[in-house]
Design a protein around this ligand. Sequence first.
Ligand SMILES: [Zn+2]
Length: 371
Amino acid sequence: MLRPGEEGDKRFEVTNVLDAIERHLTTEAALAQVVVDLGEIAWFEALDGGRSVNLLRTGIMVDALGRHFGEDAVRLYPVAGRDLLTDADLTSKERMVLGRWASDGLIEVVPQAGDRALDVADLTGLALGTCRDLHGAEQRYPWLRGERLLRLVPGEGGAQIHGGHPGPAQPSSAGAGLLGQLWRCQRRDCPLFGERRGVSPAVPHLRAGVPSCPRHGEPLGNAGPKAPSVTLALAVDGVVRERFVLHAGRPTMVGRAPDHPAGIVIGHFMSGEDLQMISRTHLRFELRDEVVLVSDVSTNGTVVRSRPSAYGPAEEIHLAGGPPYPLKPWDTVEPHDRVVLGRADRMPTGYGGASGSVMGDAPTISLGPPM
Ligand SMILES: [Zn+2]
C-alpha cells in the first residue's frame, strides 16, 4: 500500500534524476568526453535486474563515469536509434523526456543506431562508453584495444567502469577535416545542424564519403571553416564541476551569478561567505588569435598561476582589473582559493576525488517498477 504522498514523491524523484542526467548530455564534440549508444544502456537489464527498458540507467552510466574520472561534469555524446524512442515499455514520462532531448539536440537521434556511436568515437577521438561485447569490432576500430574503451559492468555496491583513462581527444584525419568545418542541414529546424546550433553543430555522418546529417540522411552544406574554440573547465574544491567551450568572438563571463545567459555560475557549487568573496561577474574569458585572454572585473581580484609545463613551478600573478591577461596553455585562474579554471585537457594533475551523483539518494526508488 502506498503511504500518503509516496507516489507523488516518486514521480518527483524521477523528474529530478532525469533533469540531473540532462545536464550531462551534449552533441557538441568539443564538450563531450564519452560517446554512448543510449539504447544499449536503457536496455541493459542486467545492470539492475529491473524493467526491460529504463532511461534512468543513463544516470548509472553518468555516475560510474564520474567515479572513474573523479569529476562531476562528465559529458556524454548520446546516440539513440528511433527504436528506443518508440519502445512501448517506456513510461510516458521517459518518452516525453526523450522527445525533448531529441528536439533540443541533446541526443543524436538516428534511424538505426547500428555502429553510429562507434563511428562518432572514431571520428572525434572521444572514448566509447558501452555495455556491449564488441569483439570483432577491433579490426575496423583498432583504438578499441586502447584506453578509449570504457565498459559499464554491473557490480556489488554499484556499477563500475572497466577501462582506461583516455587522454585528450585526437580526431581521426577524416574527423579533423569534418570538425574543422561548419556544416548545415537542408532542414533549417534540424536540432543537430540547423540554425539554432549556431557555431557548435553535431558530428556529421560520413555516408559513402559525403558528410550527411545523421538524423535526416541528407548531404550537409558546408558553411565554411569553423571558428577556433577552446574547452575550459571549472573546478571547485579539487573536483571538475563544469566544462564550457570558449568560441572565438564570443566572450564568456564567470562569476557568482553572471547576468549573461551563457555565463558560468560558480554559485551552483559553493555557498556562504566564501561565495560572497566572488563577484557576481568576476572574470571575462575571450579567445583571440587562438590565445585565451582573461580579464578580472571583480572587487577582490584574481590569482593566475602561470606554469611552463604540467609539472613546472608556478609563478603567481595577481590580477586586479587592468588589461586582458594572455594565458599560456598550462596557466590556471583562481578567483578564490577553492576555485580553479583552466584548459579542460590540462587541468593540473591531482584533481579528482569525491564526486556527486545524478541518481540522488534513492536510486532504488528510481529504478523501481513503471508508474
Ligand atoms: Zn538534419
